[in-house]
Structures are given as C-alpha cells and as structure tokens.
Ligand binder design. Structure first.
Ligand SMILES: Nc1nc2c(ncn2[C@@H]2O[C@H](COP(=O)(O)OP(=O)(O)O)[C@@H](O)[C@H]2O)c(=O)[nH]1
Ligand SMILES: [Mg+2]
Length: 227
C-alpha cells in the first residue's frame, strides 16, 4: 500500500457517527498502552497522527483514520483500563461488541499484544471472543524491537500457545519503532479488504436488494473490558 494521504476523521461515540461511505475498516483491539496508536502511525508513516499517550483512556471513543480514499483504521481505546468505572467499562464493551458484530464494513481486526510478555487475561478473552464469532482476525505481536531477535521464537511460541493460536491463524511479529512487520501487515490488510469486498459485492448481486444489517446477541458485553 502506498500511503499518499492519511487523516483523522472522527472520534465517534456511537454508531450514528461512524462514516457512511462504506470503505473497508480495519479495527485495532488491545489493552491500553500495548501500542495500537503507534502501530497506526507506523503503518501510515506519520509520527503522531494517531495520538500516542501514556495516559490513555479518559474518553472512550472510536477514532477513525482514513488512508488515501481506500480504507479506515479504527482505533479503540484499550481494554483493561482501570481508571474508568465498571458501568463505563460495561457500556464500552457493549459498544465495541455491537460494532464488531454488526459493522458490515469491518474487514479485519488486529488484536495487538505485547511480544515481550505472555498474553493477559483480557488478551485471551478477546481472542476467544473474536474466534467464537468467527471474526476476521490477525494477532499482531508488537514491541518486538524490545527483545533480541534470537529470543523471538520462544516468545512467539508462548504467545501462540497461551492464546490458542492455531496453524493457519494470522500472526505477525511487529515493531512500530523499527517498522518490522509493516509490509506483511499491509499485504494482509489489502488482501482482506479486497477479498471481503468482492464477496460482499457477490452477495449483493445475489440478493438483488439492499443489504440488511443483522443484529447478533452476545453474552459477553459486560465481561469484555474486565481486568
Ligand atoms: N520500543 C517500542 N515502543 C513502542 C512500540 N509501540 C508502542 N511503543 C510505546 O509504547 C507506549 C504506548 O504506545 P501507544 O501506541 O500509545 O499504545 P496504545 O495505548 O495501545 O495506543 C508509547 O510510549 C510508545 O512509544 C514498539 O513497537 N516499540
Ligand atoms: Mg492509543
């Protein structure tokens, strides 16, 4: 992907603020401070478009960044952020969950984890939840620059084992600092954006009518953000 242009679009607090132009969306999930904003910045090669901050999570918004006229990154404030009330976390969980289940334009979810450490309970819960709903997923293990490359295999093995990543699941070691994994991740994103778009076009043709947004019910809304 050649990034000619990237811009911040909106900090959405609810579905009525999501863009309506139907461009593919790539969402990032992961705990606060794991490196989601940095990953977006690296993908678009801008130092500070997606705000990186060590005191995140005051507001619980979905930040939309558009790349060229091609797609959006959707940055969620991380889960497991302790300084919000239980009620806030629950309603946040529901918003994210609704988005993930119902958003037609969502093409791929990047579950961002820290390669240095085994996955947290929330990482595992998120992974299980995404798998359960069969959502298109790539685990991105970031901060890889913080461990020597000789130790990557060990860390990758532990991460995959503890999350339950299976052969054939998408898994990319990454470093926002050095740009490691960037090309591989772009290739995957482009692949998912195209592939799914083609499938949807077929479906629309088959149905010969307007698409319906199907509402799913999920029991996990209250638990997603627990830490
Ligand atoms: N060395 C290194 N530091 C990183 C990397 N990604 C993020 N960080 C640092 O980790 C902190 C949190 O990153 P941020 O992107 O704000 O995390 P977010 O809360 O998930 O959006 C910041 O200080 C970043 O500079 C990485 O790949 N390598
Ligand atoms: Mg962030």
């Amino acid at each position: 992907m050649k990034v000619n242009n990237a811009e911040f679009i909106i900090s959405a607090v609810g579905p009525d603020q999501y863009p309506t132009d139907a461009l593919p969306e790539i969402a990032l999930a992961g705990r606060s401070n794991v490196g989601k904003s940095s990953l977006i910045n690296r993908m678009i090669n801008r130092k500070n478009l997606a705000r990186t901050s060590s005191t995140p999570g005051k507001t619980q918004h979905m930040n939309y960044y558009r790349v060229n006229q091609d797609m959006y990154f959707v940055d969620f404030p991380g889960y497991g952020y302790a300084k919000v009330s239980k009620t806030q976390r629950a309603s946040w969980g529901k918003m994210v969950e609704k988005y993930m289940e119902e958003r037609d334009t969502l093409k791929l979810i990047l579950l961002v984890v820290d390669l240095r450490h085994p996955p947290t309970g929330n990482d595992k819960m998120m992974f299980d939840w995404l798998k359960h709903y069969d959502l298109p997923l790539c685990v991105v293990a970031t901060k890889a620059d913080k461990i020597p490359k000789t130790r990557w295999p060990k860390h990758i093995k532990i991460m995959k084992q503890e999350l339950g990543v299976l052969p054939g699941d998408n898994f990319i070691p990454f470093s926002s600092e050095l740009g490691l994994g960037r090309e591989e991740l772009w290739a995957l994103i482009e692949d998912y954006s195209r592939h799914e778009a083609a499938e949807q076009a077929e479906e629309t043709l088959d149905q010969d009518g307007p698409e319906d947004v199907t509402a799913g019910q999920s029991p996990l809304a209250d638990e997603e953000a627990e830490s």
